[in-house]
Design a protein around this ligand. Structure first.
Ligand code: DLL
Length: 439
């Protein structure tokens, strides 16, 4: 929790919430069922690729009689979407598509997604709801440093800020010195960017002689990459802000599929009136009960242009009962993506685990990267990490062996740790690449 002298944000009152946020679980599930039935029929009637997959499994829209019948439906993967590049998964004629976005994708073709005017309105409302859950209110100034363009972050957040009735500062990503100048001059209340880019901004403030705790910022709504509760503490302490987690992905909508509530900060609540989440076992595809960790899967419930049926996100998390919004479920902060899982001599490990352990050691900074290589016949993981600039020599000397030892004890695998000069590792400009596979 932020500890300085600023007046931090408070939670919205009941009357500020959307009607759906106040629904009981039963009311919400009734709404989900009717919307699921609509979505399945809409996809079946308008997207040949979905119809083919339904037919292969012998399911028809009429088979969906209760929410658990969702398990009769086929999964959709990123490859399915790519196979229909660019517009083959759209469920409305092109003249009803008001906007497209595309996800970068590290390999191959991007995934293209589309929105009708009504989809865009729903998206803006859900981002507005997310910001409100973060404590943002009409009239506040919001510095939006998510990238504008085909990435959903910038424009998605932008529309939500306007929808809420706040003032948007459409900064986009990059030009860090300029970001800092505008934060000083425009005095925004809130910043939106990735957690690692906020670290870059903090560094830049310090270089310019600005104490990051003294700016006007009172909250950060941070997402687009995995980050831990330890990183939350780091950012809250460095900037004297509340740091909230916003989750989303282009295929399902963009930012605002879920967001943390400021009064609980216990992982994003998923906006279940628009998305039906499931968690499955990645290997077998079997649905897992709430409380068990696995791969997150979403079915959209209201999307017109780009409905998704059981879309496999590759994000790993655990579903929990709602807290601040008891009708909606919440998820634990994402551990990582399937693709980011490192299998080191039979042990699974994620960059977030390293982040968590490193930030528990006083002399270490959050600036690190992981290099995976082969040494002889063995895989080898090198953690390259910067100490904190103000750590004394003795603490620095102890830090590397201490990190290696804690990783060994807590994760169960041997890694090498190399201390780097403060400021020498590449800084984040958005989504930070932590893992370099040199094998
Ligand atoms: O990153 C949408 C977004 C923009 C979310 C701004 C939040 C803020 P994509 O580029 O399609 O969309 O990437 C989606 O990013 O599947 C996760 O792996 C990761 N991701 C997004 N938000 C979080 C988060 C946007 N809060 C992919 N925690 C997702 C962990 C996240 N990972």
């Amino acid at each position: 929790m932020a500890t300085g002298t600023k007046a931090h944000f408070s939670a919205p009152s009941e009357t500020e919430l959307d009607a759906e946020e106040r629904m009981s679980r039963d009311e919400l599930q009734a709404l989900q069922l009717s919307r699921l039935q609509w979505t399945v029929r809409h996809a079946w009637e308008n997207v040949p690729a979905y119809r083919r997959k339904f037919e292969e499994l012998g399911v028809q829209p009429g088979d969906i009689r209760e929410l658990s019948d969702i398990r009769l439906l086929p999964f959709t993967t990123k490859d399915d979407l790519r196979a229909s590049y660019p517009f083959g998964m759209f469920a409305v004629p092109m003249d009803r598509v008001a906007r497209v976005h595309a996800s970068s994708g590290t390999t191959g073709r991007p995934t293209v997604v589309g929105y009708t005017t009504e989809d865009l309105r729903n998206w803006a409302k859900l981002v507005a709801r997310s910001l409100r859950a973060s404590g943002v209110r009409p009239g506040m100034k919001v510095h939006n440093a998510y990238g504008y363009g085909l990435f959903t972050g910038g424009l998605g957040a932008h529309a939500g800020i306007e929808e809420l009735g706040a003032t948007v500062i459409p900064m986009s990503g990059g030009q860090t010195a300029r970001q800092v100048q505008l934060i000083v001059d425009f005095e925004p209340d809130v910043i939106l960017c990735t957690p690692t880019y906020l670290l870059t901004i903090v560094d830049c403030m310090i270089e310019q002689g600005i104490d990051p705790r003294t700016t006007s910022l009172k909250a950060g709504v941070l997402g687009a990459e995995p980050w831990t509760n330890q990183m939350r503490e780091e950012l809250e302490e460095r900037l004297d802000i509340d740091a909230l987690d916003i989750y989303g992905l282009s295929e399902v909508m963009g930012p605002g599929v879920g967001n943390e509530c400021i009064e609980t900060k216990d992982g994003p609540h998923l906006w279940e009136d628009h998305f039906l989440p499931e968690v499955i076992d990645s290997e077998s595809g079997a649905a897992l009960p709430d409380g068990q960790a696995g791969e997150l899967v979403f079915t959209s419930l209201t999307k017109q242009a780009f409905p998704v049926i059981r879309y496999r996100t590759r994000d790993l998390t655990t579903l929990r009962p709602g807290s601040a919004r008891p009708g909606m479920r919440r998820m634990e902060k994402i551990t990582g993506r399937n693709d980011d899982m490192i299998i080191l001599r039979g042990v699974n490990l994620f960059p977030t685990q390293i982040e968590e352990i490193a930030l528990g050691i006083d002399a270490l900074s959050p600036h690190f990267l992981l290099e995976l290589s082969r040494r002889g016949r063995m895989d080898d993981l090198l953690v390259r990490i910067e100490p904190r600039p103000d750590a004394d020599a003795a603490a620095r000397d102890r830090a590397a062996p201490l990190l290696a030892e804690r990783i060994k004890v807590q994760i169960g695998t041997t890694v090498r740790v190399q201390l780097e000069e403060p400021g020498s590792l590449e800084r984040s400009a958005g989504k930070l690449k932590r893992l370099y596979d040199l094998r």
